[in-house]
Every structure is written in C-alpha cells, then in structure tokens.
Design a protein around this ligand. Structure first.
Ligand code: MG
Length: 362
C-alpha cells in the first residue's frame, strides 16, 4: 500500500478558560493537522501544535519541515514498512520533533489501518481505562483555590498545579489549593522551569514541612540545567519529574544515567513521535523509573495517539492528557473517549479517528 500524498491543515479550538503556566498563556489550541494518504484509499492522521516556547517550532517551521524535507522522502513508499519509514523520517531533518511526531503518528495510524487493528493492540497493549489529571492554571491563589474546588466537584482526583513565578507567591498558591482540595486529592506541582535550584529546594522543603502532601514536582529548574535538576532531586524527598529537560531518547538516556530526575514526563511532541517515546519507555523500564504521559495544548488527534501508547507501556503509570477537556468544543469524531477523568479508546483500526471538522487545509 503506497503512500500517495501528505497535506497539512490548521485547526483552532477555543479553550473554556485561558491556560496559563510560568512559560506562556493561551486561550486557544491552534494546531497543525497532517493527513497522509495511501492507496486503498486510506488516510492516517497526525498533529503538531507549534509550541515554540518548548520545542522551538512554529507553524512555519512545521510546515516547512513536512513540505520540503519529509513529504518527498515518504511519498511512493510502502506504508506497511513502518520501521523503515520511521528511519527515513528520523533522518529527513535534524530536530523538528513536533513535525516528526505528527508524521510518525500518521504513519502509525496508517499502519493500524493496513492491519485492521487498533494501535494499542499492535503496540502490544490491552484495552484499559486511563485516568488523567486536570490542570489548574497559574493565577492568583484565590482564583486557583476556586478552580480547584470546581475541579474536585467535577470528580477529578488528581490535579496538576501550575506554579513557578514568584516562589513566595507559589507557596501561597499551593497552600490555598491544598486547603481547597482537601486531603484526598493528589496534587502534582509543575513549575515549568520557573525556579533556580536553591529556590526549588526551599519551595519543595516548604511543601514537605508544611504537610502539603505533594505527589511529585515537575521541572523545577531551567530545561538546560541538568546539574541543577540533579541537585534538587538529591536534596528533597519528593519525587522530581523531568519534562522540558527530557525531549529525545538521548536526553532521557543522560537523565537516567546521571540519575538527575526520578521520573520523566513523555510527550510525543518532544520525543518526535510514538517510536521514540517507546525508546524512552524502554530505557526508563530498564532503570526502574516510572513515566507520565503528557501533552502540549493539543487536539484529540495526537492525544489519542498518546492514549494508545499509554495502554501499551507499563512504565507509563501517570497520565496528564487533559487538553481535550479544556476545550470548548471537540471537532474530532472518533479517537479517544473522555468521561470526566477517564479516557478510553475505541477498537476501530489505527487511532480510530473518523473525521475532523473545521480544518483549514493549506
Ligand atoms: Mg510540565
């Protein structure tokens, strides 16, 4: 089954309320949808949001990588030779992890359709119900406390709390959130690189001494500061998770070998797709390390791929796939199914995506 074409379109989905972290604020998911077509006719879908603050990619760079480097390398090749195609994709251009993730996902979707099986099964997984946490955006403490109350009333049992601006204000935020959440709710704290190592150690010790019962702290320091990350990991009892410091499998290898973090947050847009995410899972598994599956501000297209992966990888013990819940509408028919915090996928072939509304094809 030969690949016959690739097209790119833009998709914008308004959020229910602005999403704010120490790095950025947005009120819309603005993303790029990739459709790979093959004889049959079959289509495989993938997605690449331009998360310039994290991967350095923009709409223009994603489009440029796909149109000028990747498309010509794949068109005319057999969609059933997945690993060969993924090798070609990997070597088509340096970097560009989200553009590659979109095409990697579309290739996996097509591969599932070639075999008439859902992707999670082909990856060796069994059907499960995943449970996602829910993000509380970075805002004044009172507003975060209100958002926490609202999330708990909707049944979310694990919350991802965005901090990382002013450390003193962050402590007020966390205290307000814990008070509002009550004792039974799991709190994951994400500083999005907002602290230096000393601030991070002080902040995390404050959480520990104050009985805030935080499950883990994600990316306390700058992405580049692996020594600082290690210093924090060694100085506190709370597990430290690498996010922006861990993009590629090679990044993961360094973090794992140097024991600079206790866990890794895997995102397809950072790893460069499903195959490279599986390479990270394999290394983490060998090191006895657990991982989280996360996402950028993505639509249900690539989040569905992340859910299929999570069903197949036992080292993925935590799930942060709440972007579709934060949207005011869902243009994607088929794919992952959300019910409150629970996510499952269908048994339709590949990703199981039936159609996507409102794409502006370029
Ligand atoms: Mg994070």
């Amino acid at each position: 089954m030969k690949i016959t074409g690739i097209r790119i379109g833009r998709l914008a989905i308004p959020l229910i309320k602005p999403f704010k972290t120490a790095l950025r604020s947005t009120d819309v998911i603005a993303t790029n949808i990739i459709e790979l077509t093959a004889e049959g006719p079959f289509s495989g879908y993938g997605e690449a949001p331009p998360t310039a603050a994290i991967t350095g990619e923009t709409d223009g760079s994603i489009r440029g990588a796909v149109e000028t480097r990747i498309a010509s390398a794949l068109i005319g090749r057999n969609a059933e030779n997945l690993n060969e195609l993924l090798d070609i994709l990997e070597h088509s251009v340096v970097g560009n992890s989200s553009a590659k993730a979109a095409v990697d996902t579309a290739l996996h979707d097509l591969w599932g359709k070639c075999h008439g099986r859902p992707l999670y099964q082909l990856l060796g997984g069994g059907k499960k119900i995943l449970s996602t946490d829910y993000t509380i955006s970075l805002n004044p403490p009172e507003e975060m406390a209100r958002d926490t109350l609202d999330a708990v009333s909707k049944g979310y049992k694990a919350l991802k709390i965005k901090v990382g601006s002013d450390p003193r204000l962050d402590m007020a935020r966390l205290s307000a959130v814990r008070e509002s959440a009550g004792p039974g709710i799991l709190l994951r704290v994400d500083a999005n690189q907002g602290w230096n190592p000393k601030e991070a150690i002080r902040a995390i010790k404050f959480m520990e001494d104050g009985g805030l019962s935080v499950e883990l702290v994600e990316q306390p320091v700058a992405a580049w500061d692996i020594e600082g990350l290690k210093q924090v990991t060694e100085a506190v009892d709370t597990p430290i998770m690498a996010d922006e410091s861990a993009h590629s499998p090679r990044d993961a290898l360094r973090l794992i070998a140097s024991r600079s973090a206790d866990m890794i947050n895997i995102k397809l847009m950072k790893s460069g797709g499903i195959r490279r995410a599986r390479a990270i899972c394999a290394m983490a598994g060998a090191a006895g390390m657990e991982c989280m599956i996360g996402c950028m501000m993505e639509s249900k297209v690539s989040v569905t791929a992340a859910a299929h992966l999570a069903m197949a990888e036992s080292v993925i013990s935590r799930c942060d796939l709440d972007a579709p819940i934060l949207c005011s509408e869902d243009p994607v028919a088929g794919g992952a199914e959300y019910s409150g915090a629970s996510i499952t996928v269908t048994d339709a072939p590949g990703l199981g995506i039936e159609s996507i509304k409102n794409i502006a094809w370029l």
